[in-house]
Design a protein around this ligand. Sequence first.
Ligand code: 13P
Length: 272
Amino acid sequence: MLATGTDLLARDGTAVAAITTYTLESTRAIVLAAERTGLPVLLSAGSSSFGAVGREPLAAAALAAARAASVPVGVHLDHCTKLEEIEACIALGYSSVMFDGSHKDYEDNVTLTRLVVEQAHAAGVWVEAELGALSGDEDASGDVEVGEMTDPAQAAAFVERTGVDALAVAIGNVHGFTPDPVRLDLERLAEIAAATPVPLVLHGASGVPAEDLLGAVALGVVKVNVNAELRRAYVGALTADVGDDVRKLQHATIEAMAAVAAEKIELLARRS
Ligand code: 13P
């Protein structure tokens, strides 16, 4: 069923995985993993996923898959910087959106996030925003430097001024795989968690050691974004020898991604 409202963000010592989808196969794999584990999931059908197949077809498939699922599945717009796209996704039926003003000037981030919150809340949609800058390409791994970290006092003021439902933090995390695994600054995370009343979000989970992810969840992270690990499984399965039988290739890619997704969903649901 499509998970509306903020139930998936409940602070119960576990986190929900928000996994990026680009295709019907990845949408199927993510929902299948949630059903196999009996746990909820968020399908991140975000701005950077729309490029090849188009916003409406990808969103329609994600929403249909969520509605047909036997477990709660939210459909989330990841990393959006365009107000028109946020409006369009709310109109399509998304259950949550992320406005990413982290690369803007702080005051502009506050103003625009506040605007998105007003529009989204009027439609019953929850909002995630980001403070601090996360480096790395959202769609392809590379060698990146850690960006500007979230300041706990600024995070507290940002949450109060914007009314966001969840805040994405920068605590050493980056998007995609890095040559050496990144380690999270859990001390900073603890300070942010103590200073802010809203649930926290961790982006860039691929390649982060499980103990760091669980440490972050124990400190108040309730949503963890995963992408590159599924991309790697997808691309790896595309080399399966299937002759010209597309259905076999679809099954191979779905199973490869579902295995990775299920592992992550289960890990994050573990209380440490
Ligand atoms: P990874 O690709 O590192 O898993 O990051 C995903 C992400 O944060 C999407 O917003």
